[in-house]
Design a protein. Structure first.
Length: 119
């Protein structure tokens, strides 16, 4: 995803306020609820195993029904990181206390040649 300057500035303004988790850290920890915030068309092309799908455009509306416990450890990912950073920040504003984003997103996952699921 090519980011325009205003979008990049927005992401940059909140990036330090949310927790990044590397792919290596994610693989060593099994407590995360994994959420793909990409668009439906991206999800259908493939996603991480055991991920749930709630697009960035709907996550603030749907998160409480999916994860009513605001202490649930929720790890968000998108294509490369920016959308998951913004979504993680918004969830923190909504009171979620253990939300993070996957560094590099789906693109990094593919670069490591890790398994992908297609529905």
């Amino acid at each position: 995803m090519q980011a325009n300057s205003a979008f990049a500035q927005l992401v940059g303004s909140v990036k330090d306020k949310v927790t990044p988790i590397s792919i290596g850290e994610f693989q060593q920890q099994d407590h995360w609820q994994l959420v793909d915030v990409r668009e439906d068309s991206e999800w259908l092309q493939g996603h991480l195993p055991n991920a749930k799908h709630v697009s960035k455009g709907m996550i603030e509306c749907e998160i409480e029904s999916r994860f009513p416990d605001k202490a649930s450890p929720v790890l968000l990912y998108c294509g490369a990181g920016p959308r998951s950073i913004l979504a993680a920040y918004n969830l923190q504003l909504m009171g979620y206390t253990q939300v993070a984003w996957l560094e590099g997103g789906f693109k990094a996952w593919l670069q490591h040649q890790f398994p992908v699921v297609k529905d």
